[in-house]
Design a protein around this ligand. Sequence first.
Ligand code: G3P
Length: 245
Amino acid sequence: MVFLISCKTRKIDNIEQANNNLLKKGIMKFFIDTANLEQIKEAQALGVLDGVTTNPSLMAKEGISGKHKILNHYSAICNLVDGDVSAEVIATDLEGMIREGEELAALHPQIVVKLPMIADGVKACKYFTGKGIRTNVTLVFSLGQALLAAKAGATYVSPFLGRLDDISTDGLHLISEIRIIYDNYGFETEILAASIRNTMHVINCAKIGANVMTGPLSSITGLLKHPLTDSGLAQFLADYSKGNG
Ligand code: G3P
């Protein structure tokens, strides 16, 4: 009996601890990494989508080109989802990044200006932070780059997990170490695990405490799947039919 009571107390303590941790860290956001409106709609319909990330390659994949069409497409995406929409600058010089970023930010309050991790990208990030414009520093592959992005006040930092794995480097390890550094100093920059390729990437990022994951639709819908769910449901329905013809 004593043992049972102490187990119960410990369980309640654990739940309280878990809730405290949840409050401290907030929820894990799910972003979809695409410029495809149909896929964005499908993820949105699932009710778990918190935002969208795009990049010039994803826009080109959808055949979106020319300034007017690109800006219209970002507006269309913002109208489909409630959360943040990352829109990447094309310029690689500070003046150009500022000009483009301000134009993108003015398009819609949901827009987050995506900047490459280069010297002028860091300067632009600092500039936008000062102006209250939210940023996503992209193409991050090292701890030093992640530290610089946080120092410049980035809203999000995007370490590219899949692309590191592609070259036999442990992308998850990088994300776990960014977590340690950011927690050491209380940096508010959110870790946006990018270049997610599969459901295990999503799950492992959740274990590490990445604030956000962005991946293709399949990395989100894939989380639904389990053969025992399918066979169990088929059995339930078959048994129901037996009694209810
Ligand atoms: O949006 C940036 C990032 O997620 C790219 O992913 O699959 O092209 O490496 P991937």
